[in-house]
Design a protein around this ligand. Sequence first.
Ligand SMILES: [Zn+2]
Ligand SMILES: [Zn+2]
Length: 354
Amino acid sequence: MSPWATTKLGFDAVQAALRCASCGGQQGFDPRTQSLRCESCGQLTEIVADPDLDAQREQAFDPGAPEDEPPEIEHAHRCETCGGEVVFMGQAISEQCPYCDGSVVLFGGHAHYTPSGLIPMGNTRAEAVEAIVRWVRGLWSAPSRLPKAVTEGHMAAVYAPFWTFDASKDVNYTVQKRTGQGKSARWIRVSGQVTMVLDDAVIGASDHVTPDIRDGIMHGFYPQWLKPYQPEYLAGYAADLHGRRVSDGLDKLRRDIEVQIRRRIRADAGGGRIRNITWTGHLSEIRFRRVLLPLWILHYHYAGKPYRIVVSGIDGRCFGERPFSMAKLFGWALLAAGGLFSAGMIIGAGLAPG
Ligand SMILES: [Zn+2]
Ligand SMILES: [Zn+2]
């Protein structure tokens, strides 16, 4: 075995297994057939799941157990096809050789940071572009030149890291509630208990997974679609390992559910006028998974400004940033408000001209 094959962090550099068995050509994961497709001869190779792996398995979280620092990957792999150097940095675990375009996937490695499952990429580049153009055409007040601008943008595919969390939270609360009428109206103290049960809450596990990306992809997330984490699914696509600790994910989850807790408390206290909500409670029965979810990310420019559109690699849903057409907005504003005041507000908001 060559000294390049295994990294300090215990990853295996998988490359030979991703080459075509009949012609030796480069294979990549094909979203249409959900198998490996040879770029030279077109042969399809079925991906055989390891029967020992359970993609849907959840792990119990032990708050007392020490958590390792996330691994920083810095690894050079000598391409087995052409001898070129393939460099892995940061959290990246899937790269193409810059000289021959062969797929290399780092696999295995740091047990505490290995995903248990992934949802395979479900749309091709062409399908993702088509979804974006369709989405952009249907947007309210989109400039008519926008579909052309998005097709000229830069498109990249990535498997991004997420956690899914199950947990329950018993919350003891106290609020002040307004009761009575007229002179007898007063604030009274009400306390009670509510239980929050969370099932498969999806939380981003990298700084690159912004809230809009998380919100966009979670709609299409169903745990029964998870496949065991295997290098074949990553061939030809960028992929990032989890760059944060599970406890960081739990902090995000706590902030995320704060609004829901307040809503539950208001309802439990009987609604109406409520103030000074305070509560205590902690998450328990925490179970989690480390998963990779597929995304297409388009960067494009319109009228000199950069924008980003993300397409879910699960269900093709599009979400992101878009410019507005001044001409169309202006027309709508005049129709809606019948005056220049609204149009002035829109100009004041600094939207891109159409
Ligand atoms: Zn082939
Ligand atoms: Zn190469």
